[in-house]
Design a protein around this ligand. Sequence first.
Ligand code: PMP
Ligand code: GLN
Length: 397
Amino acid sequence: MKPANQLLSAMGTTVFTVMSALATQHRAINLGQGFPDTDGPDDVIQAAADALRDGRNQYPPLTGVPELREAVARANQRFYGIAADPATEVVVTSGATEAITASLMALLNPGDEVVLIEPLYDTYLPVVRMLGAVPRLVRLMPPKWELPRAELAAAFGPKTKAILLNTPMNPCGKVFTSAELAFVADLLVKHDAYAVCDEVYEHLTYDGWRHIPLMTLPGLRDRCLRIGSAGKTFSLTGWKIGYVTSPAALSAIVAKAHQNLTFTTPPNLQRAVAVGLAKDDAYFAGLASALAAKRDRLSAGLAGIGFTVLPAMGSYFVTADFGRLGFAGDDVAFCRHITEQAGVTAIPVSAFYEGRAPGHYARFAFCKQDALLDEAVGRLAQHFQSQTGTARLTAAG
Ligand code: PMP
Ligand code: GLN
């Protein structure tokens, strides 16, 4: 038989699925894959339930139901002062995952170069490669996750078509500053390039950090495709509703990509997300402050055990250095070990890099009920304390 697609045949299953399956197998507390363990707002869920019953269950319009496109446009204005035409500048997709793929499809021709910043979300590289484009990787490294400006500038060249920028950033919780964004903006203008902006954690920022869409910088309104996700904004990750805001000329091409990927997205969930985006400021502030408290709770617990927990200004995640715990193995072995032996699952940070990567950091999701976070910390504490003074921990045991 002829071989199937090489790139997909060679690819492993996503680390999030692998670690969630391992967590289930070992009845571990899953602080790996990023999903909340409580449902999002009741009124949004009720709106979805009602919308299932009112006779609008056939194909919705290709670019999304008008209610949601209007709600996305209004949210752009309300939160960031971005004026967007709901009829021509917003496309609704089946999750941000599809939005990222559709945006890259809209921009890239084979041979185009795309600047990507590690650590990176796991769909970016395969999609860029499947489109025949060429990734140019730039690395942020723990513990500071600083933007290496000279390397970033060097990654741009005459073939650069786009950058894919994720802020707030998974897995490291970095929120790009206005100075960093201005540096990126200059490069984009200088090289006449676009930006695919993965902003799924836009409302999850802490300690006074504010998310700034790259699109709001001078000269960038027409170069950016700004992506949001209802999954993160309403703690409903299974719903898979995403939205792209971009200039009309690009939106029309994103819509063509969407037409060939999924064509449309469930209308009932779209209409409920429109209700969500209209919620008052207290909802958005409350979501962020509740998550900040969870971040602090988990961070303090992990620090008490001996992890060096890095600051996270946004997202669902903290990254923690386990180097002081005496474990003799890399981050992949460590995450497997704590799942199997301590009953707590995390994600190895090296999974977000290609090739050699920092090998002693684990990513923990804190978007969980306090009792579960406490139980996870208790299990890890017990495990590592019981190991103190005994043989060095090994990958095997
Ligand atoms: N980008 C990043 C950085 C993410 O963490 C996620 C979370 N799954 C996504 C995109 C995908 O979002 P969605 O679930 O809406 O497809
Ligand atoms: N975004 C989630 C995370 O980083 C996972 C999404 C997925 O499993 N594909 O954990």
